[in-house]
Design a protein around this ligand. Structure first.
Ligand code: ADP
Ligand code: ZN
Length: 531
């Protein structure tokens, strides 16, 4: 910063107006900034898009010296610095993408007091040479971005981030601000502890996005369901459709175009020029839909995204929250719509089991998935569940702006149905030493003499045909919910069904199984239902 001593309260506001061109602060920004400008430490929890950057950029400008920003997002540093320079802020970065001369130049600028902001990757701070450099200049504030990295076991950045606790020891007079968007309360506490920031003031913004309507529907014919949703509620609107694979991104974009919904694909398999083109069209044009893998969206700041649709299940509630959070930044009504089905659960569980990573990693991935599934299967308010995940509570238990609140789902006693599914799995395993996937189990329960049923003599099982009271789609719904509740598990490449530790209680009639009723729909041909 270039400021002189005698600070007044409005220095921050004046910087906001003059440098950044904004009229007023949002939410907690002002309180955070005043606290840090005054020399206090802060731990800031704000959802993505809430405006965390200004919380350290303005103190860096207002306080004398250079603000040092520790960020693991090396790929974004150049863009961040360019954007700041365009505003007349003297910003620089040092990271591994630069050659020696470039680094030397930035270092010289820092030492000469010619930088307002200096961005560094966390691993730099483990080098004594970096600490030397920092002690040769004047530092106004340390900002630790993406501070949740410090709290995630097994995360690549963790040792680097742990080294950050020494900043407070070496520079006791320089205020520190740690910022994160993806923290639960436990993570928050871990950040404080691991960074040695016990005396810091905590700021916690609400994660609620009241203008976003959350809806999760049962997946049947996803592309058609999407089309109906868009035609009925979002004609002419801009939005993002997320798919898991590049292939389904391409197919879905084509499908929408064929049905008069202007759409472009975006995924890492497209060349850089096409990606840049599609992204800039999305930002400039009105009413364009981007169909994308999660590669799309980071750093995209388009205020009037009216819907975010998921055709595949996100891996975690954090991911879901971040992706849906790209809708409605302008505060106007927007929709977060998702189609979710049995195949999503099977596929994600398989991905976790067959994926790389040690056991601890797999366990964490599984618990992330469980939280996501709980959100999908809840019969309570989605928003309440989402906020509870981030350790927050809404005032009333029902928000009135999610599908659960708008059309409360019916539940039914699925205990007997659950017992039938589990019995079929047990019989196959105990009597035949066999494991099968959902399709075969459902065929057995329905008493269908398919070629595969005949081939394995499954019509001889005592459970053959004991499930005529439900339709195929309903049985698939039962299996899906059992998987989500961990009363059943999938295994291996073919997604075969196996029991869990909790299955026994259901079979022993010690436990009831309330289930969400599948929505009624027109009868459909066999095989096309419940993907
Ligand atoms: P975060 O890091 O929390 O995800 P950013 O700092 O990138 O969010 O800010 C998101 C967007 O909001 C940016 O385009 C930023 O310029 C804008 N923004 C932040 N604070 C304000 C404000 N007080 N007034 C207007 N726009 C703001
Ligand atoms: Zn609700």
């Amino acid at each position: 910063g270039h400021a002189d001593p005698g600070l007044t309260e409005s220095d921050s506001l004046r910087t906001l107006n003059r440098v950044f061109g904004y009229d007023s602060f949002r939410g907690d920004q002002e309180a955070v900034i005043e606290h840090v400008v005054g020399g206090g430490d802060a731990v800031v929890l704000m959802p993505t898009g809430a405006g965390k950057s200004l919380c350290y950029q303005i103190p860096s400008l207002v306080r004398p010296g250079t603000g040092v920003v520790i960020s693991p997002l090396i790929a974004l540093m150049q863009d961040q610095v360019d954007a700041l320079r365009a505003l007349g802020v003297r910003a620089g970065f040092i990271n591994s993408t630069q050659d020696y001369d470039e680094q030397r130049l930035v270092e010289a600028e820092f030492v000469a007091g010619e930088l307002d902001l200096l961005y560094l990757a966390p691993e730099r701070l483990r080098l004594e040479s970096t600490l030397d450099l920092l002690s040769r200049g004047k530092i106004s504030v340390f900002a630790i971005d993406e501070a949740h990295c410090v709290a995630q076991w097994g995360h690549d950045f963790r040792p680097d981030y742990l080294a950050l606790s020494l900043l407070g020891e070496r520079w006791p007079d320089v205020p520190r601000i740690a910022l994160t968007a993806t923290a639960t309360r436990a993570t928050h506490q871990e950040i404080t502890k691991n960074l040695g920031m016990d005396g810091a003031r905590h700021f916690e913004a609400s994660f609620d996005r009241p203008n976003i309507q959350y809806r999760i529907v049962s997946k049947d014919d996803p592309k058609k369901q999407l089309l109906r949703f868009l035609k009925e509620e979002h004609t002419g609107d801009a939005g993002i459709v997320y798919c898991l694979s590049r292939n389904s991104v391409e197919k879905t974009a084509e499908f929408l175009c064929r049905n008069d919904i202007p759409a472009v694909p975006y995924h890492a398999g497209l060349d850089a020029r096409t990606r840049a083109l599609h992204q800039s069209r999305f930002l400039r044009e009105e009413g364009l839909t981007v169909v994308a893998t999660i590669a799309f969206g980071m750093g995209i700041d388009k205020p009037d995204v009216r819907f975010v649709a998921h055709l595949d299940l996100p891996k975690s509630v954090e991911g879901y929250y971040q992706e849906t959070g790209r809708a409605g930044r302008d505060g106007l009504p927007s929709t977060a719509w998702m189609a979710y089905g049995l195949q999503d659960v099977v596929q994600q569980r398989k991905l976790i089991q067959s994926g790389e990573g040690d056991l601890a990693f797999q366990r964490r991935a599984a618990s992330h998935l469980d939280a996501m599934l709980a959100l999908c299967e809840t019969v309570q308010c989605r928003r309440a569940q989402l906020l509870a995940y981030f350790g927050q509570q809404q005032e009333s238990p029902a928000c009135g702006n999610c599908d659960s609140c708008l059309t409360p789902p019916e539940t039914w006693d699925g205990t007997v149905a659950a017992q039938k599914v589990l019995s079929a799995v047990v019989r196959l395993q105990r009597e035949r030493g066999q494991k099968f996937g959902t399709g075969q189990i459902v065929d057995i329960l329905l008493g269908r003499k398919t070629a595969k049923v005949i081939q394995f003599d499954h019509d001889q099982l005592s459970v053959f045909g004991i499930g005529q009271e439900l339709a195929e789609a309903e049985w698939r719904g039962v299996v899906r919910q059992l998987l989500a509740q961990r009363l059943l598990a999938v295994e291996g490449e073919y997604g075969t069904l196996v029991l869990t530790e909790e299955s026994g209680a259901v079979l022993a009639r010690q436990r009831e199984v309330p289930l969400r009723k599948e929505p009624k729909k027109a009868p459909s041909a066999r095989g096309s239902s419940s993907k």
